[in-house]
Design a protein around this ligand. Sequence first.
Ligand code: ZN
Length: 148
Amino acid sequence: MSELRDLYQEVILDHNKHPRNFHAVEPHSHEADGYNPLCGDRVHLELQVNDEGVIEEVGFQGDGCAISTASASIMTEALKGKTVEEARALFERFRQLVTEDDAMPDPDMGKVAVLAGVREFPMRVKCATLAWHTFDAAIREEGEFTAE
Ligand code: ZN
């Protein structure tokens, strides 16, 4: 288990150091700003969703802790090519994974599951879910999300 943990740690550190899809998306159909006042994490998310409801392009910008940056980076990789519906279903499973003690990652969750460890640190759950809530706000056209 500790080897697995080291691997997870490595993935998180890598995505924090080299965030994927860290850029604006032009043109974009959806955008939102997320803020986690408990940690000071800020994320700006832009997505291009096509007429079939497929997320063609997604990028984020902002400034936050290692967990929030890594989670946003991993999320953008996971969302690209998914339908909005599939993406929302993944968000729900991710939310369960980081908040429910007995939730187990499905193999098809991929890298998203590396953040499961944050559930041992309730403060960090808000960092890990910020990008996902911001995605949800963008799709709902609410424009912004603030963690409470
Ligand atoms: Zn944070």
